[in-house]
Every structure is written in C-alpha cells, then in structure tokens.
Design a binder for this molecule. Sequence first.
Ligand SMILES: Cc1cc2nc3c(=O)[nH]c(=O)nc-3n(C[C@H](O)[C@H](O)[C@H](O)COP(=O)(O)O)c2cc1C
Length: 202
Amino acid sequence: MKINPAVLNRQDAHALFVGAILPRPIAFVSTIGKDGIYNIAPFSFFTGMSTKPAVVGFGVGCRRDGTKKDTLVNIEYTKDYVINLVHEGLAEAMNQAAGEYPSHVDEFKVAGLTPVKSDLVKSPRVAESPVNMECRLMQILEFGQSPNLNSFIVGEVVVVHVQEESWVDGVIKATQVKAIGRLGEDLYCRTKDIFEMKRPRV
Ligand SMILES: Cc1cc2nc3c(=O)[nH]c(=O)nc-3n(C[C@H](O)[C@H](O)[C@H](O)COP(=O)(O)O)c2cc1C
C-alpha cells in the first residue's frame, strides 16, 4: 500500500497521520480568554523542540466549521499557556474537555478540574496534573489555509511544576507519573509496560 497524503481529504489525511505517528504524548493545554474564562483542551501533535532554551510545540487544526479553536484564539491574545501532563486518572476529564464547547464555557468546570494560579503566566495550571509547564508564546507557524489551516504553536517553557510524588532521585519518574498516550482511532495506551535499555558506549 502506498498513499500520497496530498490527494486525501482532511479526515482521511488525519486518520493516516494518527495511525502512522504513535504513541503520541498529550499536551493538555490550559489558557485564559480575553473575558477571563478558563479553557482547556488536549493536543497530541505535541513535541519537545529544544532543551536549552526549553522549547515545546504543539499543532492546532481548525474546528469542523473552519473557525479557530479557543486554545489558539486565547494564546494569540495572552501570548501564554500551560501544558499539563495527562495521567491515567485524568483520562476521563481530558476526554470531556475535548468537546467543541462555545468560548463562554469554562472547560475546567465541564471537566471537573481545579485551576491554580500560575507563577509567571496568565493562563491557569491544573492542580490534578503531575507536571505543569508554564509557557510563553514564541511563534506560530501556519500550514494550509482556512478551513484547513493548521497552526503550530512554539513556546518557551519558563517554569515546570512537578508534584512531589512524581519527583524521585532528581528526576520525573515515569512509573509514578503514569502518563497516557494517544494512538489512532479512539485508542489510548498506558505506560505500564516499561523496559530499560542502556545505549552503547562508543
Ligand atoms: C487525545 C486528543 C488529542 C487531540 N489532539 C489534537 C491535536 O493535536 N490538534 C488539534 O487541533 N486537536 C486535537 N484534539 C481535538 C481538540 O482537543 C478539540 O478540537 C477541542 O475541542 C479544542 O478545544 P478548544 O476549542 O477549547 O481549543 C485532540 C483531542 C483528543 C481527545
């Protein structure tokens, strides 16, 4: 089977991508709108981009009707956001927050999450998440055009909060964090089946 993604419609191209790039980490992105309403939504087109400076990026597509998602609108306005790690206990809340709610809806309330004031950014962080990264917007890369506009949001991580129980011997312990990952279709994975491999010393 050979597929040219350029000839696929948006849905089929998306299905192809999420089947081919996996498992993906989930950035649970919290923001605040210009009217002070809290917003949160999951994004799995998410990656680290640089360690020093600490830079992360995630991709936001358009809504089904071609309009911008609230996360993008809020980040364009405040120039900041928080990326919260999703563990097993947050899976249901994350899924609730993925609904396309109107911008006046407080999605922390919808998902039953507790907003905490951030140290350096206006956007709130999630109390229930084991790791929160406060980010300042650096740039937005755009691909395609509305209704197929994709915005890749690049930001500098200015503070990382780690819950005590996840911080063991000076590192974030995967066995404590219990992150979940995104696969294709409506599938997810846990990080229970972990193995170790030392790299060759050459
Ligand atoms: C696990 C998961 C991962 C998702 N990843 C993305 C993504 O990478 N990019 C995207 O645009 N939407 C993604 N979505 C869909 C958004 O979360 C959804 O469109 C949400 O309503 C956006 O909310 P907002 O309008 O409050 O920003 C994902 C949904 C789920 C459940």
